[in-house]
Write a protein that binds this ligand. Sequence first.
Ligand SMILES: C[S@@+](CC[C@H](N)C(=O)[O-])C[C@H]1O[C@@H](n2cnc3c(N)ncnc32)[C@H](O)[C@@H]1O
Length: 511
Amino acid sequence: MTSAAGWSAGYVTDTAYMRGYYHEQSPLQLALAALLMGVQTDLPGPSDEVSYLELGCGQGFGATVLAAANPGWRITAVDFNPAHIAAARRGAAELGLANIRFLEADLASLPEDPLMAEVPQADVASLHGVWSWVSPEVRAGIVRLLRARVKPGGLVHVSYNALPGWQGALLLQRLVREAGRRLAHGSIEQARAGLGLVHELMAAEAAGLAKAPRVTDILRRLEQAAPDYLAHEYMNSSWAPCWHADVAADLAAAKLDYIGSARLLSNFDDLMLTDAQRAIANRFADPLMRELVVDACNEPTLRHDIYVRGTRRLSTGARDAALEAVTLALPMPPEEMVYAVNVPAGRASLSEAYYHPMIEHLAERPCTVGELLSLPALAGHARNPAEVVGMLVGSGQALVLARPGAPMNNVSRHLNALTRARELKPDTMRRVSAMACPALAGGLPTALAHFYVAERFAAAGGIDATDFDTEIWARQLAPADTPAEDIAALAKQMADEVRRRGKIWRWLGIA
Ligand SMILES: C[S@@+](CC[C@H](N)C(=O)[O-])C[C@H]1O[C@@H](n2cnc3c(N)ncnc32)[C@H](O)[C@@H]1O
């Protein structure tokens, strides 16, 4: 359901959108992706003042994590739903955050509104989950805003539902929305009712659903989906998946050039395309055509595109020098390193001879990519920092430290404790949120139960602790009537997490 007064222009406003942190929005991740693509942009240094702008920020959790982890940055986040902005401002006030501003404004008209004076020039702007869910008028407002407020050389991240990935499921969305509106009241109930009708039509062998390639997968995934996600994904009037080239054409009006994906592995042709597909893609010099071929071959349903306002190409030497200066840390014990990763073109294997010495070295302490490439065991191997960063960070097997050795700050600690207190319940222990962390200049994805483990472990003295009992922690966390064997299982999971993460928490200043 949308607003009775009509201010929502068909966007769902009767239920708040869930709090989430998405690392694709982090300025460090975006700058790293740009660097990998050979585009000049500065990785935010330890004391750089970054101006970050988020459009359609929901309840502002992602922006708040960035503000807490980066007290020297200036964060501005905009949403038109007053309930979202009230919740976001309250969260920031609880933390005493002085470097974040939440603005209540409609993106369709903000560029011409006096409130625009409060939107600063941005080094990085991001809109996640907005572009393909809002009307053409709102998208046009976003383009005018980006044109006016992204600094020359600045980066823009935009995620959207993509075509042809959604092609087979257009009918599914239409049915959910149209039937839902007629069957129930309130967006969440409407989405549920609409989905119910889709299931009935599937059972009745409606060809448009039963024969569509993606529908069964989507319906299976939706069984686990949060109700507010369902409402915001399916019940908006202007839901319209987009072609990459059309988004690029719209953003060109803000002088923005497409440079690559915030998902690092997506930028490597040999991971995204088979040999035959690559031979076709390589016939075209136009990057828009490369994206069309990649989308045709992989059908992603969500794209995370990065644009730059004014492309400055780096020489390969300059790019590699910048990548060699990047500091990596291992987020898991070395024995968990996976040397074969599933990618669209099949399975990418990471040479053990090449990567094993790096992982062993990283198991001791964080170090730069240059240091890894200079390990004696790698003598004679090609020095390819882009591959190392792309594969290790892109596969989630290394973290980039923006501020190696930076301690935790009080506001991040406070935010992490509040996230745990607010969101950790018996049925949400495995749900992943993000811990704010200054060393990462952003968030560390962590299951909610492990927020608690990290807190208890820090209180016990961290990696040097000898005197702690995870069974006591498990008993404190689990409901009173939990059977003994479930307590024992939880205690074991907690002990495993300490073993897996103890070192990384130390390196990140968390425990
Ligand atoms: C799917 S949510 C995504 C929220 C957040 N970016 C995230 O990923 O968690 C889309 C957001 O866009 C906001 N929005 C929709 N139309 C808008 C408009 N015209 N002006 C400003 N915000 C808008 C909604 O209120 C909602 O918070």
